[in-house]
Design a binder for this molecule. Structure first.
Ligand SMILES: [Zn+2]
Length: 126
């Protein structure tokens, strides 16, 4: 699978992974222009401010685009999810019939336990 687990642990992403460890989904929000963005980074991609806060998010959105990978034992879905707050994130949609998904399908974040790091946020159909 590819997706959120490839957001490396770094000082800039530490608050994201700490929140994930507590079961919370948070997004970086710029204090200067008040917009959220994805992926986590130390500089706002909209206005270049370095004053970034973390905002709790319900983790809801819809599939913006997706692909079904059928090369492994089980097919899996790699998707861009457009979050309600605006950012689009690369992730996986799990526990779904890949054939039943379409662009615009409503999805919600869920957390998948990970062995070597905080639980990974993925998405399920809602
Ligand atoms: Zn900004």
């Amino acid at each position: 699978m590819i997706g959120t687990e490839f957001i490396a642990q770094s000082p800039e992403t530490k608050p994201f992974w700490e929140a994930a460890g507590a079961g919370r989904f948070v997004l970086p929000r710029c204090r200067q222009c008040n917009r959220t963005h994805w992926y986590p980074r130390g500089i706002c991609p909209h206005c270049l401010s370095t004053t970034i806060d973390w905002q709790d998010s319900p983790g809801e959105g819809e599939i913006y685009s997706f692909a079904i990978n059928r090369m492994g034992k089980e097919p899996y879905v790699v998707a861009y999810v457009a979050l309600t707050e605006g950012p689009i994130m690369l992730t996986n949609v799990i526990d779904a019939d890949p054939g039943a998904l379409s662009i615009g399908t409503s999805v919600k974040v869920t957390f998948k336990p990970a062995v070597t790091q905080a639980p990974v946020p993925l998405f399920v159909v809602r």
